[in-house]
Design a protein around this ligand. Sequence first.
Ligand code: ADP
Ligand code: MG
Length: 411
Amino acid sequence: MVADPLSVLSRVFGFPQFRGVQADVVARVLAGERTLAVMPTGAGKSLCYQLPATMLAGTCVVVSPLIALMHDQLRAATAVGISAATLTSVDENRAETIARLRAGELDLLYVAPERASGGHFRELLAETKLALFAIDEAHCVSEWGHDFRPDYRLLGPLMDAFPDVPRLALTATADAHTRADIARQLGIPADGMIVSGFDRPNIRYAITPRDQTTRQIADLIAATPGPGIVYAQTRAQTEKLAEALGRSTGRPTRAYHAGLDAAVRARNQADFVASEDMVICATVAFGMGIDKPDVRLVAHAGLPKSIEAYYQETGRAGRDGDPSVAHLFWGADDFARARQRIGEVEPERQAGERQRLAAMGALVETGGCRRHVLLRHFGENPTEPCGNCDNCLGSGTAVDATETARKFLSA
Ligand code: ADP
Ligand code: MG
């Protein structure tokens, strides 16, 4: 290995410098050290394995939870000239991909986690020169995480069959407890974690009780030029909001949810990505893998299910670094519904879910700096009030803490 990472960064990816902790993560990976990188959404996690994949001999196997996400990544990698392929249940060119893999032609192979369970896949890997295992969205391995996927559990044992292949796990959303769990399950040493700052200083956070949701959000949209995302609680609500907000604000609006015809969904998404003033009213199905830097507003019409989800969804605002707004509207009935939902999950997951709801409640009810609550949740220790949230700006609405606590804690 002779090239240096910085020259590869500019030559292959066209970026003049590394961002944040990227350089540290890449250095560890190139040194073969098992690593867990915790970096916020939009920080550039993909590059942390894509760049080493182009420098190391052999193939980097990337595990990613969503097929759509994988295909986006594949397109992006191929566009910069990296030789990459996906191996999923929907791919038709399996035989060709396997032949390329065996011939050592692939820098990156994207696979779905359920692959890991098959003995065939293990045999295939045994015949392959492996450069690196990259586990994207690694919080999926933990029941403490907000998006547990049982198939991720098989990845530790799979990688253990190849103990000499370096490992890189990546996630945007992990509190200290989840982080430790991810590291343990994926065989990463406790000192192999690199955690980058979670602060998104250009996002102004605000949280307000609902009274007339549509009017409140319409006012917000009127005050916030540029593209916006409104997260609704139900599919029906996305369509109602898109219609009502379009009418009352005069802005172009679209709905987005998993129940829409695939072609309509794809068109709405593409229209939004291309637009400079559209508001898309969506369920949480919208956003993953969408790289739109100039989103100026993320509004929530109801309570997200955890601080991790809130952070990830609001994190889609202002990736270009320009001032942006994240405004959450909540009601006591959100807490009631959340409690009901928690009552329906498997008993062993209820404690974790209740804890997540309580953390969300604490964010909603705080009279102090919102950013502090968020950053502390991710293990940071901010000192100065941020000056860029509703409470710091004196525009926050006081909430009766005792009353709220009663609402979300009484099960
Ligand atoms: P994440 O997975 O952390 O959410 P991505 O890997 O999708 O983030 O990257 C987000 C965006 O940042 C992409 O458009 C990517 O090309 C860009 N990016 C990554 N690294 C750099 C860099 N060093 N300089 C400039 N842009 C970068
Ligand atoms: Mg990513």
